[in-house]
Write a protein that binds this ligand. Structure first.
Ligand SMILES: C[S@@+](CC[C@H](N)C(=O)[O-])C[C@H]1O[C@@H](n2cnc3c(N)ncnc32)[C@H](O)[C@@H]1O
Length: 309
């Protein structure tokens, strides 16, 4: 379990989350059909949660302190999950990204939590029912962000947003990323799902790739320019195309965040690994502000040395 108590999140608050979760499970999860399958999360997912929590705390502190003009800052969790996970290591409940953000002090002015899974949304509603500052959206975040959430984070309204884009795989549409960048008001945390990409798209025999997976890749990347970046012009002894290292693909995507989406500061992402040390995804932070780059670089460096576990 992560170090609760830092950044103002108290053990008592975490206890309340646990109690609400257990009560909700008792009341709502009778019978198999109704059972919510909590995500089981490992060491690196807990690190991700700590990183997002550390950054969200710094972000909220800075934005709250700003006067002249006063800014209205929102936390947006696009793939929010149930709000609670189960630790693979200990079996204990672990607060997910939306709960961590809700416990940040000073609080964000408004929270938007989106998930497509009805059961997870039901638990999110239970955990946040006392909070007037939370809006829960059930459905596809690619639509909900563009239609309902981002239009109310405009510069001229003095609004700002921190948006977490944390899909399991290639389930995000580039339009969301590009809109956030072009608006100039939204910082994004982005899970760049290199394991899904390698497993389903970047094959040495690209002609065998499922058209559905190619579509997901093009939608995530924004076009098919990844083909020039992800493969070298070399072929191996058998004439197969050679794939570039994961870091090259991630760097290609970083350049798109800067040059196409228009974020001004996108530091090198942090590779997030599995128990065998293989990179599962890269965690990016993209912002318009140099301060954001300094803060996240310090946070990433703190965790970079951790290695596999
Ligand atoms: C990796 S989990 C999110 C974990 C969460 N960010 C955390 O760290 O606590 C991904 C979530 O995305 C949800 N999801 C998948 N596709 C979605 C979509 N198109 N729109 C919104 N949510 C989606 C899944 O139900 C799942 O809860």
């Amino acid at each position: 379990m992560t170090a609760f108590g830092v950044y103002g999140i108290t053990p008592a608050e975490i206890k309340l989350v646990e109690q609400s979760t257990k009560r909700w499970e008792r009341e709502n999860c009778m019978g198999r059909a109704k059972h919510l399958k909590f995500d089981e999360i490992g060491y690196w997912s807990e690190i991700k949660l700590d990183i997002v929590k550390d950054y969200a705390s710094a972000y909220s502190r800075i934005l709250t302190a700003q006067t002249n003009p006063t800014l209205h800052h929102k936390y947006i969790d696009a793939f929010a999950g149930a709000g609670v996970h189960v630790s693979k290591e200990t079996g204990a409940y672990v607060p997910g990204s939306p709960v961590n953000a809700l416990l940040v002090k000073p609080a964000f002015r408004e929270y938007h939590l989106v998930d497509i899974d009805r059961q997870k949304v039901a638990l999110l509603r239970e955990l946040t029912k006392e909070r007037k500052d939370v809006q829960i959206h059930e459905g596809d975040c690619n639509r909900i962000l563009l239609e309902k959430v981002f239009p109310n984070v405009r510069w001229e309204q003095y609004r700002r947003g921190l948006c977490l884009l944390d899909p399991y795989g290639l389930h995000l549409n580039w339009k969301v990323i590009e809109t956030a960048g072009n608006m100039g008001t939204i910082d994004i945390f982005l899970n760049f799902p290199v394991a899904d990409i390698n497993r389903n798209v970047l094959w040495r025999h690209p002609e065998g790739v499922d058209p559905g997976d190619l579509k997901r890749m093009n939608e995530f990347w924004g076009d098919d320019s990844w083909r020039q970046i992800a493969y070298t012009t070399k072929r191996d002894l058998f004439g197969h195309l050679e794939k570039e290292e994961n870091e090259v693909v991630a760097e290609g995507f970083r350049q798109r965040l800067l040059k196409v989406a228009g974020f001004k500061h996108v530091p090198e992402p942090l590779p997030m690994r599995n128990t065998k040390g293989a990179t599962v995804y890269f965690l990016f932070l993209a912002s318009q502000k140099p301060t954001a780059e300094h803060i996240i670089t310090d946070i990433f460096n703190k965790y970079r040395q951790r290695g596999a576990k």
